[in-house]
Design a protein around this ligand. Structure first.
Ligand code: AMP
Ligand code: MG
Length: 355
């Protein structure tokens, strides 16, 4: 009886360990969902949930087996980024870094370090418009949203004192905040990074032509057929009634930041989930920004960054970057409190990408 009890406990423990392993290990991702793309012969598609949104991987392959060989490692990469960089997981690198605050350095994986370094780069490039340490402001506005009233200036000022990527010290294998009350949120860049890793993984597994889509941010690899380019649909920022904008792309990435998907209201005003780390106020005048860039990390970070910069400064920045194009929807100045009408702005060669 005793022995049986012991066996059962061991069996339960083993089952739990195996169950946890099966649930957590990216390798065990069930890929039964891989199916031939209904619209294109020779393409296989796998849809899954990742980073709080819909994701899809498409690959041109001879048969389902080779499709699976290319898609498996890509899913694994996305899961790795998720588990390292989510601010909502206490055991992630970001969760631990935020918990440590300015107390002690935290060892982070080389991948997290790469994204933190990229964040520092885009923070510099955008003059602080993109700044993943904006998070104390996020807390202020979450509170304001709950209270239904604008935050007191003093509260914003205090939060602003704990913002600034220059106060995140990165060394080999570790990161540490140099100021009190600081934290980081890689939500404006990690999706792009995951897309890049997934695209590289598919290439590494032999894919000549592939597409990675996480929440509408996309990177395409190669060409879907000889002389063809990928047809990518981007939601028309002018609204529901408009047909999507069709882009013709190969070997580039496209990312869109917009307040149509995620926004909040305080005092009857609608705000984007993107916050200007220089003023402390959420973005109001850029309902949408789409960036095409050689890689998805760049496209993702710049779409967020130019949402903060606005049309004029955003276009200037994009014009200085080779291989980068953008479409920005921005509000013109209104009369007094009233918001002005919106207008679409394009970088020099954006329209050459439109079908
Ligand atoms: P995206 O969806 O790529 O436009 O990024 C928006 C997300 O980026 C937000 O949900 C936040 O997680 C984060 N974020 C908000 N404001 C900023 C900012 N100024 N700089 C960097 N990340 C930000
Ligand atoms: Mg972004």
């Amino acid at each position: 009886m005793r022995a049986l009890g012991f066996d059962i406990r061991i069996a339960l423990l083993l089952a739990a360990v195996l169950g946890v392993a099966a649930g957590c290990s990216p390798r065990s991702e069930p890929l039964e969902g891989i199916r031939p793309d209904p619209d294109y012969s020779g393409r296989f598609r796998f849809e899954f949930q990742a980073m709080g949104t819909d994701a899809a991987l498409v690959v041109c392959a001879q048969d389902p087996r080779s499709a699976r060989r290319m898609i498996g490692p890509a899913v694994e990469q996305v899961r790795t980024v998720e588990s390292l960089m989510s601010m909502f997981r206490p055991d992630s690198d970001v969760g631990q870094l935020n918990a440590a605050g300015a107390q002690h350095p935290v060892r982070v994986s080389p991948l997290t370090l790469r994204v933190l370094r990229a964040s520092a780069h885009f923070s510099q490039l955008t003059g602080g418009a993109f700044d993943a340490t904006y998070t104390p402001l996020r807390s202020v506005w979450l509170k304001a949203q709950g209270a239904g009233a604008f935050p007191p200036e003093e509260e914003l000022r205090r939060a602003l004192a704990s913002v600034g990527f220059d106060k995140l010290v990165l060394s080999d294998g570790a990161a540490m905040f140099a100021g009190e009350g600081m934290s980081v949120d890689l939500g404006g860049i990690a999706k792009g990074f995951a897309i890049d890793l997934a695209a590289e993984a598919m290439k590494g597994a032999g894919a000549q032509a592939a597409l990675v889509d996480i929440g509408g941010d996309i990177r395409v690899v190669g060409r879907p057929g000889a002389g063809e380019s990928w047809r990518i649909l981007v939601r028309d920022p002018r609204g529901e009634g408009q047909p999507p904008i069709v882009l013709r792309l190969s070997d580039v990435a496209v990312a869109t930041s917009g307040d149509y998907a995620r926004y909040f209201s305080v005092g009857g005003r609608r705000f984007s989930h993107i916050i200007d780390p220089r003023t402390g106020w959420p973005v109001q005048d850029v309902p949408s920004a789409t960036v095409v860039a050689p890689d998805a990390t760049t496209a993702d970070a710049l779409a967020t960054g130019i949402s903060v910069l606005g049309a004029q400064k955003g276009l200037e920045l994009i014009a200085s970057l080779p291989g980068v194009e953008c479409m920005i929807m921005a509000r013109e100045a209104g009369e007094g409190e009233a918001q002005g009408p919106t207008r679409l702005y394009y970088s020099k060669d954006f329209r050459t990408l439109v079908e």
